[in-house]
Design a protein around this ligand. Structure first.
Ligand SMILES: Cc1cc2nc3c(=O)[nH]c(=O)nc-3n(C[C@H](O)[C@H](O)[C@H](O)COP(=O)(O)OP(=O)(O)OC[C@H]3O[C@@H](n4cnc5c(N)ncnc54)[C@H](O)[C@@H]3O)c2cc1C
Length: 385
Protein backbone atom coordinates (compact mmCIF):
# COMPACT_ATOMS: atom_id res chain seq x y z
CA UNK A 1 0.00 0.00 0.00
CA UNK A 2 1.50 3.32 -1.11
CA UNK A 3 0.06 6.62 0.09
CA UNK A 4 2.31 8.81 -2.09
CA UNK A 5 1.45 10.17 -5.50
CA UNK A 6 3.59 8.94 -8.38
CA UNK A 7 6.10 11.37 -9.89
CA UNK A 8 3.74 11.93 -12.86
CA UNK A 9 0.82 12.72 -10.57
CA UNK A 10 2.94 15.09 -8.46
CA UNK A 11 3.94 16.90 -11.67
CA UNK A 12 0.29 17.05 -12.73
CA UNK A 13 -0.71 18.46 -9.33
CA UNK A 14 1.99 21.15 -9.55
CA UNK A 15 1.07 22.23 -13.07
CA UNK A 16 -2.63 22.20 -12.17
CA UNK A 17 -1.93 24.41 -9.16
CA UNK A 18 0.08 26.84 -11.31
CA UNK A 19 -2.73 26.89 -13.88
CA UNK A 20 -5.30 27.68 -11.19
CA UNK A 21 -3.13 30.43 -9.68
CA UNK A 22 -2.46 32.05 -13.07
CA UNK A 23 -5.79 31.62 -14.83
CA UNK A 24 -8.27 31.63 -11.98
CA UNK A 25 -7.34 34.30 -9.46
CA UNK A 26 -10.07 34.88 -6.88
CA UNK A 27 -11.18 38.31 -8.14
CA UNK A 28 -11.70 36.95 -11.66
CA UNK A 29 -13.79 33.99 -10.47
CA UNK A 30 -15.82 36.13 -8.07
CA UNK A 31 -16.62 38.59 -10.89
CA UNK A 32 -18.08 35.74 -12.98
CA UNK A 33 -20.00 34.59 -9.90
CA UNK A 34 -21.49 38.04 -9.18
CA UNK A 35 -22.25 38.60 -12.89
CA UNK A 36 -23.76 35.07 -13.06
CA UNK A 37 -21.66 34.52 -16.16
CA UNK A 38 -20.15 31.39 -17.67
CA UNK A 39 -16.34 31.53 -17.92
CA UNK A 40 -14.97 32.22 -21.43
CA UNK A 41 -14.30 29.20 -23.60
CA UNK A 42 -10.57 30.03 -23.77
CA UNK A 43 -10.28 28.96 -20.14
CA UNK A 44 -11.18 25.40 -21.11
CA UNK A 45 -9.00 25.29 -24.23
CA UNK A 46 -6.05 26.43 -22.12
CA UNK A 47 -6.97 23.87 -19.46
CA UNK A 48 -7.00 21.18 -22.16
CA UNK A 49 -3.32 21.88 -22.85
CA UNK A 50 -2.62 20.18 -19.50
CA UNK A 51 -4.06 16.97 -20.98
CA UNK A 52 -6.86 16.90 -18.42
CA UNK A 53 -9.66 15.97 -20.81
CA UNK A 54 -7.84 12.71 -21.56
CA UNK A 55 -8.07 10.93 -18.21
CA UNK A 56 -11.08 8.76 -19.05
CA UNK A 57 -10.90 8.66 -22.84
CA UNK A 58 -9.95 5.51 -24.77
CA UNK A 59 -6.31 5.26 -25.96
CA UNK A 60 -7.11 6.03 -29.62
CA UNK A 61 -8.22 9.52 -28.53
CA UNK A 62 -6.26 10.14 -25.33
CA UNK A 63 -2.88 8.72 -26.26
CA UNK A 64 -2.76 7.19 -22.75
CA UNK A 65 -2.15 3.46 -22.27
CA UNK A 66 -5.10 3.27 -19.90
CA UNK A 67 -7.60 5.53 -18.20
CA UNK A 68 -6.34 7.52 -15.23
CA UNK A 69 -8.98 8.10 -12.51
CA UNK A 70 -6.23 8.97 -10.01
CA UNK A 71 -5.00 11.74 -12.33
CA UNK A 72 -8.61 12.96 -12.50
CA UNK A 73 -8.81 13.16 -8.70
CA UNK A 74 -5.45 14.96 -8.47
CA UNK A 75 -6.49 17.55 -11.06
CA UNK A 76 -10.03 18.14 -9.78
CA UNK A 77 -8.82 18.78 -6.24
CA UNK A 78 -6.67 21.64 -7.58
CA UNK A 79 -9.40 23.09 -9.81
CA UNK A 80 -11.90 22.96 -6.94
CA UNK A 81 -9.67 25.31 -4.95
CA UNK A 82 -10.71 28.06 -7.38
CA UNK A 83 -14.24 27.08 -8.28
CA UNK A 84 -16.29 23.92 -7.72
CA UNK A 85 -18.77 25.24 -10.29
CA UNK A 86 -16.08 25.36 -12.98
CA UNK A 87 -15.24 21.77 -12.01
CA UNK A 88 -18.80 20.80 -12.92
CA UNK A 89 -18.49 22.40 -16.38
CA UNK A 90 -15.23 20.52 -16.90
CA UNK A 91 -16.65 17.29 -15.47
CA UNK A 92 -19.78 17.19 -17.61
CA UNK A 93 -17.52 17.04 -20.70
CA UNK A 94 -14.43 15.24 -19.39
CA UNK A 95 -15.96 12.80 -16.91
CA UNK A 96 -19.63 12.18 -17.64
CA UNK A 97 -20.57 12.77 -21.29
CA UNK A 98 -17.30 12.72 -23.26
CA UNK A 99 -16.25 9.22 -22.17
CA UNK A 100 -19.83 7.98 -22.68
CA UNK A 101 -19.83 9.20 -26.27
CA UNK A 102 -16.32 7.77 -26.80
CA UNK A 103 -17.57 4.38 -25.58
CA UNK A 104 -21.03 4.20 -27.16
CA UNK A 105 -20.97 6.58 -30.14
CA UNK A 106 -20.84 5.67 -33.82
CA UNK A 107 -17.63 6.56 -35.61
CA UNK A 108 -19.28 9.67 -37.06
CA UNK A 109 -20.54 10.78 -33.62
CA UNK A 110 -17.18 10.15 -31.99
CA UNK A 111 -15.21 11.92 -34.72
CA UNK A 112 -17.50 14.94 -34.53
CA UNK A 113 -17.44 15.31 -30.75
CA UNK A 114 -14.63 13.54 -28.88
CA UNK A 115 -11.57 15.39 -30.32
CA UNK A 116 -13.31 18.71 -29.60
CA UNK A 117 -13.94 17.66 -26.00
CA UNK A 118 -10.30 16.63 -25.62
CA UNK A 119 -9.27 20.09 -26.93
CA UNK A 120 -11.58 21.76 -24.37
CA UNK A 121 -13.64 23.29 -27.19
CA UNK A 122 -17.04 21.77 -26.41
CA UNK A 123 -19.43 22.39 -23.54
CA UNK A 124 -21.84 19.52 -22.97
CA UNK A 125 -25.30 19.31 -21.40
CA UNK A 126 -27.26 16.37 -19.99
CA UNK A 127 -31.06 16.25 -20.11
CA UNK A 128 -31.90 13.46 -17.70
CA UNK A 129 -33.81 15.01 -14.76
CA UNK A 130 -37.46 15.97 -15.25
CA UNK A 131 -40.05 17.71 -13.09
CA UNK A 132 -41.30 14.24 -11.99
CA UNK A 133 -38.06 12.30 -12.31
CA UNK A 134 -35.19 13.40 -10.07
CA UNK A 135 -33.78 10.86 -7.63
CA UNK A 136 -36.06 8.36 -9.35
CA UNK A 137 -34.38 9.27 -12.62
CA UNK A 138 -35.71 6.37 -14.70
CA UNK A 139 -39.31 7.62 -14.28
CA UNK A 140 -38.78 9.79 -17.35
CA UNK A 141 -41.94 10.86 -19.14
CA UNK A 142 -40.44 12.72 -22.11
CA UNK A 143 -41.57 10.68 -25.11
CA UNK A 144 -39.69 9.82 -28.28
CA UNK A 145 -42.33 8.45 -30.65
CA UNK A 146 -41.12 6.59 -33.71
CA UNK A 147 -42.47 7.91 -37.03
CA UNK A 148 -43.19 5.89 -40.20
CA UNK A 149 -39.96 7.24 -41.80
CA UNK A 150 -37.86 5.86 -38.88
CA UNK A 151 -37.30 9.24 -37.24
CA UNK A 152 -38.55 10.10 -33.72
CA UNK A 153 -40.68 13.00 -32.51
CA UNK A 154 -39.73 14.09 -29.00
CA UNK A 155 -42.09 15.92 -26.61
CA UNK A 156 -41.69 16.59 -22.90
CA UNK A 157 -40.02 18.64 -20.18
CA UNK A 158 -36.62 18.56 -18.54
CA UNK A 159 -35.51 20.20 -15.34
CA UNK A 160 -32.08 21.49 -14.22
CA UNK A 161 -30.48 21.00 -17.65
CA UNK A 162 -27.24 22.81 -16.87
CA UNK A 163 -25.72 24.95 -19.65
CA UNK A 164 -28.24 23.89 -22.29
CA UNK A 165 -28.24 27.47 -23.59
CA UNK A 166 -24.55 27.50 -24.50
CA UNK A 167 -23.87 23.77 -24.95
CA UNK A 168 -22.48 22.44 -28.19
CA UNK A 169 -24.23 19.12 -27.64
CA UNK A 170 -27.00 17.78 -25.43
CA UNK A 171 -27.47 14.15 -24.48
CA UNK A 172 -31.22 13.86 -24.07
CA UNK A 173 -32.79 10.82 -22.43
CA UNK A 174 -36.34 10.03 -23.57
CA UNK A 175 -38.83 7.17 -23.36
CA UNK A 176 -38.85 5.49 -26.76
CA UNK A 177 -40.48 2.20 -25.79
CA UNK A 178 -43.28 2.84 -23.27
CA UNK A 179 -44.40 -0.82 -23.26
CA UNK A 180 -41.06 -2.00 -21.92
CA UNK A 181 -40.06 -2.13 -18.26
CA UNK A 182 -39.21 1.30 -16.71
CA UNK A 183 -35.42 1.13 -17.15
CA UNK A 184 -35.54 -0.64 -20.51
CA UNK A 185 -37.64 1.76 -22.56
CA UNK A 186 -35.24 4.71 -22.55
CA UNK A 187 -33.02 5.94 -25.38
CA UNK A 188 -30.22 8.53 -25.41
CA UNK A 189 -30.22 11.06 -28.26
CA UNK A 190 -27.53 13.53 -29.31
CA UNK A 191 -28.73 17.04 -30.17
CA UNK A 192 -26.33 19.64 -31.59
CA UNK A 193 -26.59 23.28 -30.42
CA UNK A 194 -29.68 22.61 -28.28
CA UNK A 195 -29.85 26.20 -27.01
CA UNK A 196 -30.53 27.47 -30.54
CA UNK A 197 -32.98 24.76 -31.60
CA UNK A 198 -36.42 26.16 -32.46
CA UNK A 199 -38.20 23.16 -30.89
CA UNK A 200 -36.38 23.44 -27.54
CA UNK A 201 -37.36 26.26 -25.17
CA UNK A 202 -35.31 26.94 -22.05
CA UNK A 203 -35.65 29.26 -19.06
CA UNK A 204 -32.86 30.00 -16.61
CA UNK A 205 -33.47 29.13 -12.96
CA UNK A 206 -32.28 31.45 -10.23
CA UNK A 207 -30.12 29.19 -8.03
CA UNK A 208 -28.44 29.89 -4.67
CA UNK A 209 -24.99 28.91 -5.96
CA UNK A 210 -23.24 27.59 -9.06
CA UNK A 211 -24.15 30.73 -10.99
CA UNK A 212 -21.24 30.30 -13.42
CA UNK A 213 -22.83 27.03 -14.54
CA UNK A 214 -26.45 28.14 -15.11
CA UNK A 215 -29.22 25.59 -15.05
CA UNK A 216 -32.56 25.64 -16.91
CA UNK A 217 -36.06 24.27 -17.21
CA UNK A 218 -36.61 22.93 -20.69
CA UNK A 219 -39.68 22.36 -22.81
CA UNK A 220 -39.41 20.20 -25.91
CA UNK A 221 -42.11 20.34 -28.58
CA UNK A 222 -42.13 18.13 -31.68
CA UNK A 223 -38.35 17.84 -31.81
CA UNK A 224 -37.54 15.60 -34.80
CA UNK A 225 -34.48 13.38 -34.46
CA UNK A 226 -33.14 10.81 -36.89
CA UNK A 227 -31.83 7.32 -36.00
CA UNK A 228 -28.23 8.50 -36.51
CA UNK A 229 -28.74 10.75 -33.46
CA UNK A 230 -29.24 7.75 -31.17
CA UNK A 231 -26.29 7.32 -28.81
CA UNK A 232 -25.64 3.62 -28.28
CA UNK A 233 -28.64 1.39 -28.81
CA UNK A 234 -32.33 2.14 -28.78
CA UNK A 235 -33.74 1.09 -25.39
CA UNK A 236 -30.30 1.27 -23.75
CA UNK A 237 -30.48 4.88 -22.57
CA UNK A 238 -30.42 3.87 -18.91
CA UNK A 239 -27.23 1.87 -19.44
CA UNK A 240 -25.71 4.99 -21.07
CA UNK A 241 -26.56 6.94 -17.91
CA UNK A 242 -25.20 4.24 -15.59
CA UNK A 243 -21.86 4.03 -17.43
CA UNK A 244 -20.43 7.16 -15.90
CA UNK A 245 -22.11 7.17 -12.49
CA UNK A 246 -19.18 5.87 -10.44
CA UNK A 247 -16.78 8.30 -12.16
CA UNK A 248 -19.23 11.16 -11.53
CA UNK A 249 -19.37 10.26 -7.83
CA UNK A 250 -15.60 10.00 -7.72
CA UNK A 251 -15.03 13.45 -9.17
CA UNK A 252 -17.73 14.98 -6.95
CA UNK A 253 -15.81 13.51 -4.00
CA UNK A 254 -12.61 15.13 -5.32
CA UNK A 255 -14.38 18.49 -5.67
CA UNK A 256 -15.46 18.31 -2.02
CA UNK A 257 -11.95 17.39 -0.86
CA UNK A 258 -10.16 20.07 -2.93
CA UNK A 259 -12.56 22.88 -2.03
CA UNK A 260 -12.53 21.91 1.66
CA UNK A 261 -8.73 21.85 1.76
CA UNK A 262 -8.64 25.31 0.19
CA UNK A 263 -11.01 26.62 2.89
CA UNK A 264 -8.93 25.17 5.73
CA UNK A 265 -5.70 26.57 4.21
CA UNK A 266 -7.31 30.01 3.95
CA UNK A 267 -8.77 29.93 7.46
CA UNK A 268 -5.47 28.81 9.00
CA UNK A 269 -3.64 31.70 7.28
CA UNK A 270 -6.29 34.18 8.35
CA UNK A 271 -6.46 33.07 11.99
CA UNK A 272 -2.67 33.01 12.33
CA UNK A 273 -2.72 36.71 11.52
CA UNK A 274 -5.96 37.84 13.15
CA UNK A 275 -5.19 39.19 16.60
CA UNK A 276 -7.88 39.21 19.28
CA UNK A 277 -7.50 39.22 23.06
CA UNK A 278 -3.79 39.92 22.60
CA UNK A 279 -2.78 36.97 20.44
CA UNK A 280 -3.59 35.31 17.11
CA UNK A 281 -7.04 33.67 17.14
CA UNK A 282 -5.33 30.50 15.90
CA UNK A 283 -3.88 30.16 19.43
CA UNK A 284 -7.35 29.71 20.97
CA UNK A 285 -7.83 26.06 21.80
CA UNK A 286 -11.53 25.99 20.86
CA UNK A 287 -10.62 27.27 17.39
CA UNK A 288 -7.64 24.93 16.96
CA UNK A 289 -9.81 21.92 17.79
CA UNK A 290 -12.36 22.94 15.15
CA UNK A 291 -9.60 23.19 12.54
CA UNK A 292 -8.21 19.81 13.51
CA UNK A 293 -11.66 18.23 13.12
CA UNK A 294 -12.06 19.87 9.72
CA UNK A 295 -8.66 18.60 8.55
CA UNK A 296 -9.37 15.07 9.80
CA UNK A 297 -12.67 14.94 7.88
CA UNK A 298 -10.90 16.15 4.74
CA UNK A 299 -8.15 13.55 5.09
CA UNK A 300 -10.74 10.80 5.57
CA UNK A 301 -12.70 11.97 2.51
CA UNK A 302 -9.48 12.20 0.49
CA UNK A 303 -8.50 8.65 1.41
CA UNK A 304 -11.95 7.38 0.42
CA UNK A 305 -11.72 9.26 -2.87
CA UNK A 306 -8.29 7.82 -3.71
CA UNK A 307 -9.51 4.35 -2.72
CA UNK A 308 -12.39 4.60 -5.20
CA UNK A 309 -10.01 5.99 -7.85
CA UNK A 310 -7.55 3.13 -7.30
CA UNK A 311 -10.34 0.56 -7.69
CA UNK A 312 -11.60 2.23 -10.85
CA UNK A 313 -8.03 2.39 -12.19
CA UNK A 314 -7.72 -1.36 -11.57
CA UNK A 315 -11.00 -1.95 -13.44
CA UNK A 316 -12.75 -3.17 -10.29
CA UNK A 317 -16.38 -2.58 -9.39
CA UNK A 318 -16.70 0.11 -6.79
CA UNK A 319 -20.28 1.37 -6.36
CA UNK A 320 -19.91 1.38 -2.59
CA UNK A 321 -16.51 3.11 -2.59
CA UNK A 322 -17.58 5.70 -5.20
CA UNK A 323 -20.74 6.54 -3.24
CA UNK A 324 -18.70 6.81 -0.04
CA UNK A 325 -16.25 9.16 -1.81
CA UNK A 326 -19.09 11.37 -2.99
CA UNK A 327 -20.93 11.29 0.33
CA UNK A 328 -17.90 12.05 2.47
CA UNK A 329 -16.53 14.68 0.03
CA UNK A 330 -19.85 16.53 -0.23
CA UNK A 331 -20.77 16.40 3.45
CA UNK A 332 -17.26 17.43 4.48
CA UNK A 333 -17.39 20.35 2.05
CA UNK A 334 -20.73 21.59 3.42
CA UNK A 335 -19.53 21.34 7.05
CA UNK A 336 -16.13 22.90 6.32
CA UNK A 337 -17.70 25.76 4.30
CA UNK A 338 -20.06 26.51 7.19
CA UNK A 339 -17.45 26.33 9.97
CA UNK A 340 -14.75 28.03 7.85
CA UNK A 341 -17.02 31.00 7.17
CA UNK A 342 -17.87 31.22 10.88
CA UNK A 343 -14.20 31.14 11.89
CA UNK A 344 -13.47 34.09 9.60
CA UNK A 345 -16.16 36.14 11.34
CA UNK A 346 -17.44 39.22 9.49
CA UNK A 347 -14.76 38.85 6.81
CA UNK A 348 -16.06 35.37 6.05
CA UNK A 349 -19.49 36.88 5.42
CA UNK A 350 -18.01 39.28 2.82
CA UNK A 351 -18.09 38.07 -0.78
CA UNK A 352 -14.41 38.98 -1.33
CA UNK A 353 -13.30 36.33 1.19
CA UNK A 354 -14.60 33.64 -1.19
CA UNK A 355 -16.44 31.94 1.68
CA UNK A 356 -19.99 32.86 0.56
CA UNK A 357 -19.28 31.27 -2.84
CA UNK A 358 -18.13 28.05 -1.16
CA UNK A 359 -21.02 28.11 1.32
CA UNK A 360 -23.62 28.30 -1.48
CA UNK A 361 -21.81 26.03 -3.97
CA UNK A 362 -21.24 23.32 -1.36
CA UNK A 363 -24.96 22.60 -0.98
CA UNK A 364 -25.28 21.55 -4.61
CA UNK A 365 -23.00 18.56 -4.07
CA UNK A 366 -25.33 17.21 -1.38
CA UNK A 367 -28.21 17.30 -3.92
CA UNK A 368 -27.00 17.04 -7.53
CA UNK A 369 -25.72 13.89 -9.21
CA UNK A 370 -27.51 11.68 -6.66
CA UNK A 371 -28.40 13.25 -3.31
CA UNK A 372 -26.85 12.15 -0.02
CA UNK A 373 -29.89 10.00 0.82
CA UNK A 374 -29.53 8.15 -2.49
CA UNK A 375 -25.80 7.55 -1.84
CA UNK A 376 -26.71 6.12 1.56
CA UNK A 377 -29.30 3.87 -0.11
CA UNK A 378 -26.63 2.60 -2.54
CA UNK A 379 -24.13 1.92 0.26
CA UNK A 380 -26.84 0.20 2.33
CA UNK A 381 -27.64 -2.09 -0.61
CA UNK A 382 -23.95 -2.87 -1.10
CA UNK A 383 -23.78 -3.74 2.63
CA UNK A 384 -26.52 -6.31 2.05
CA UNK A 385 -29.19 -4.28 3.87
C1 LIG B 1 -27.87 23.22 -9.78
C2 LIG B 1 -28.30 21.90 -10.31
C3 LIG B 1 -27.77 21.42 -11.49
C4 LIG B 1 -28.21 20.21 -12.02
N1 LIG B 1 -27.75 19.81 -13.25
C5 LIG B 1 -28.33 18.75 -13.86
C6 LIG B 1 -28.04 18.44 -15.23
O1 LIG B 1 -27.22 19.11 -15.87
N2 LIG B 1 -28.71 17.42 -15.82
C7 LIG B 1 -29.62 16.66 -15.16
O2 LIG B 1 -30.18 15.76 -15.76
N3 LIG B 1 -29.90 16.90 -13.85
C8 LIG B 1 -29.30 17.94 -13.20
N4 LIG B 1 -29.60 18.23 -11.89
C9 LIG B 1 -30.59 17.41 -11.20
C10 LIG B 1 -30.07 16.67 -9.97
O3 LIG B 1 -29.30 15.58 -10.31
C11 LIG B 1 -31.32 16.34 -9.13
O4 LIG B 1 -31.72 17.56 -8.54
C12 LIG B 1 -31.06 15.30 -8.08
O5 LIG B 1 -30.89 14.04 -8.68
C13 LIG B 1 -32.22 15.22 -7.06
O6 LIG B 1 -33.46 15.13 -7.71
P1 LIG B 1 -34.66 16.13 -7.29
O7 LIG B 1 -34.12 17.50 -7.24
O8 LIG B 1 -35.81 15.88 -8.18
O9 LIG B 1 -35.03 15.71 -5.80
P2 LIG B 1 -36.13 14.59 -5.35
O10 LIG B 1 -35.90 13.33 -6.09
O11 LIG B 1 -37.48 15.22 -5.47
O12 LIG B 1 -35.73 14.40 -3.85
C14 LIG B 1 -36.09 15.32 -2.80
C15 LIG B 1 -35.42 14.85 -1.50
O13 LIG B 1 -35.90 13.54 -1.18
C16 LIG B 1 -34.80 12.66 -1.02
N5 LIG B 1 -35.15 11.31 -1.53
C17 LIG B 1 -35.60 10.99 -2.76
N6 LIG B 1 -35.77 9.66 -2.85
C18 LIG B 1 -35.40 9.14 -1.66
C19 LIG B 1 -35.35 7.82 -1.12
N7 LIG B 1 -35.70 6.74 -1.86
N8 LIG B 1 -34.91 7.64 0.16
C20 LIG B 1 -34.55 8.72 0.92
N9 LIG B 1 -34.57 10.00 0.46
C21 LIG B 1 -35.00 10.20 -0.81
C22 LIG B 1 -33.69 13.26 -1.88
O14 LIG B 1 -32.42 12.78 -1.48
C23 LIG B 1 -33.90 14.74 -1.64
O15 LIG B 1 -33.28 15.10 -0.41
C24 LIG B 1 -29.15 19.42 -11.32
C25 LIG B 1 -29.65 19.89 -10.09
C26 LIG B 1 -29.24 21.10 -9.59
C27 LIG B 1 -29.83 21.58 -8.29
Amino acid sequence: MDFDLSFEHQTLRDSARRFVENELPRNKVLKWVSDKEEPPRELFTKMAELGVYNFLMPPEYSGLDQTDPIGLVVFVQELARASPAICTIYGRSAVILGPTIAALGTKAQKDAIVPNIIDGKYVMALGLTEPDAGSDAASIKTKAVEQPDGSFLINGSKQYTTQIASADWLILIARSDPDKEKHEGLTAFLIENPGKHPNIEHHRLDTMGLSVAPTYTVSIKDLKVTPDQILGERGKGWQAVLRSLDMERLYHGAIGVGASQFIVDEVVDYLNQRIAFGRPLARQQAIRHKLVDMQMSIDAARLMTYRAAAKLAAGQECHREASMAKLSGAETYMRVANTGLQLMGGYGYCVESGMPMHFTDAKLFEIGGGAMEIQRNIIAKEMGL
